[in-house]
Design a protein around this ligand. Structure first.
Ligand code: C5P
Length: 276
């Protein structure tokens, strides 16, 4: 039998506005912190979520937890905390990434990542696929952000290993503009590049910043880092923080200390953050 052609649902104007508008970032500092659950077992993830769900704004599930436990990790944690940032940094041919984005939307990811280096078409198809799913199922679409240049890379590695001769800042700006042009909601970028992305991409573009280190904390493998208050006052919408919280003897106390560090140093700039 001949297969029926696939016609995506056509959204009306109200539906389009509802599904395309990215909510503004929360005002409270704590709600802008997303904790990276870079752990091996569901039990460890569970413990962290139990201790932290009242203290922070959401949780990031990355390659380690997802490779070990798959969608179970998401279902498990979604029951306890609404905001799941699925950070699988898709980078593949457009058709494959589009299908993966649809699955991420189906799993209820609140935010998800792709690599901007995957190209314009890949990003456009990814956005379309997640949007189509959201319209068809009357759910909010995931916020889709593109990774620009990993926070663990330096200028030297960019030139020597990746063969990219552009200045690192210029490369980040270029990829952020590419992602915006492809219709993505924002980017993941190191705190060092927040200002230049804000300038280049405007107030509506979501900026998610990993590589966050509170005063005196160990950098680990992160090379382009900043303190949390600085990153927020420079214009980040969300901060991704892993080891400084998850590796602390008391993760909730570590998260609370970060929140008060932000409130003391960055309270004012945070109040003044633009509203979409
Ligand atoms: O432990 P730490 O705070 O360094 O964790 C940062 C998290 O942010 C990790 O889960 C890492 O995968 C993620 N990330 C990053 N740099 C990017 C994109 C994501 O460090 N450019």
């Amino acid at each position: 039998m001949k297969k029926k052609p696939h016609h995506p649902p056509v959204p009306d104007r109200a539906e389009k506005e509802r599904t395309q508008r990215v909510p503004p970032p929360p005002r409270r500092a704590r709600d802008r912190i997303l904790v990276a659950l870079d752990v091996q077992t569901l039990k460890e993830a569970d413990d962290l979520v139990d201790r932290l769900h009242d203290v922070v704004g959401g949780f990031k599930i990355g390659h380690q937890l997802f490779t070990a436990h798959g969608p179970k990790a998401i279902h498990h944690i979604r029951g306890k905390s609404g905001r799941i940032f699925l950070d699988l940094k898709y980078h593949d041919i457009p058709a494959t990434v589009a299908k993966s984005a649809r699955e991420a939307a189906r799993l209820g990811a609140w935010m998800m990542t792709v690599h901007a280096a995957g190209g314009r078409e890949m990003m456009m198809r990814c956005k379309e696929a997640a949007f189509e799913y959201a319209v068809a199922h009357r759910t909010p679409p995931p916020i889709i952000v593109a990774v620009t240049v990993l926070t663990s890379l330096t200028q030297l590695e960019l030139i020597r290993d990746l063969g990219i001769s552009r200045n690192l800042d210029e490369q980040v700006r270029h990829l952020a503009n590419l992602a915006q042009g492809a219709g993505l909601d924002g980017v993941v970028a190191s705190p060092n590049e927040i200002r230049l992305i804000r300038e280049s991409c405007g107030p509506q573009f979501v900026i998610v910043s990993p590589g966050i280190r509170p005063a005196g904390a160990e950098a680990h493998d992160q090379k382009r880092t900043a303190e949390p208050a600085q990153a927020l006052s420079d214009g980040a919408d969300y901060l991704v923080i892993g080891r400084p919280i998850t590796g602390a003897p008391d993760p909730a106390a570590a998260a609370e200390a970060i929140v008060s560090e932000i409130e003391q140093q960055g309270g004012q700039p945070l109040q003044e953050t633009r509203h979409r």
